[in-house]
Write a protein that binds this ligand. Sequence first.
Ligand code: G3P
Ligand code: CA
Length: 246
Amino acid sequence: MTPKPKQILVIAHRGAKGEAPENTLGAFRLGLAQGCDAIELDVHLSKDGEVVVCHDFTLDRTTDKTGFIHDMTVAELKRADAGRWFHESYEGERIPLMEEVFDFVPPGIMINIEMKHSYGRKLEQALVELIRRKDRLRDVVVSSFDHKSLLYLKLLEPEIRIGLLYDANVVSHSGLAALTGLPVYSLHPSYRRIDKEDVRDCVRQGLQVYPYTINDEGQMRQAIDAGVSGIITDFPGRLRQLLSGA
Ligand code: G3P
Ligand code: CA
């Protein structure tokens, strides 16, 4: 029997960030329409304890309002327009709650949730509670540059899949995972930090490798050639086309 070719996941970075306002339902909708297998997004905690989808700590760059997300309630955050800054056609987009994303993204699409800050471990608790309530444990991979935060998450929910984010010249990528002492599901290195040998070594050890953020077609080809498990990109449509040989 011919072995099934390895599937390389198209991971839409903050949705289709290159062509839509990042971390909005509009950006996730476009990523899905372009055939992504997974969505990467970033989360923070609101003043009233809700898991909120946004990259920055503040509203300043990606909405028409200012201020820290953690200083605002959901009602206040929802007043911000999160689309108009990108293009007038996206006027009216709101900052989504993680709960709304679970309702929007169909089961089977992987959701890579990046925790941007622990908020005194309240974010991990809120996230685990929400994932359980929405029954999305199978779809979620949680990543963070804060590996201690991932440890805490794993203690709260041993079944949850975790991914190490990093941008460093580590001696050994698979060794980094082993060093944490955690059952790491995936590695999310900056694409500048990997080569073919590193990737081969990780894959041999059963680790998924999802480098970020690759938008250039030549670099996409290099990553594919290196044997990565998926690519985090602002242009999921471009990667999908390339993978389908178009
Ligand atoms: O998850 C990979 C990538 O999103 C990490 O960097 O700044 O885009 O969240 P950033
Ligand atoms: Ca991110």
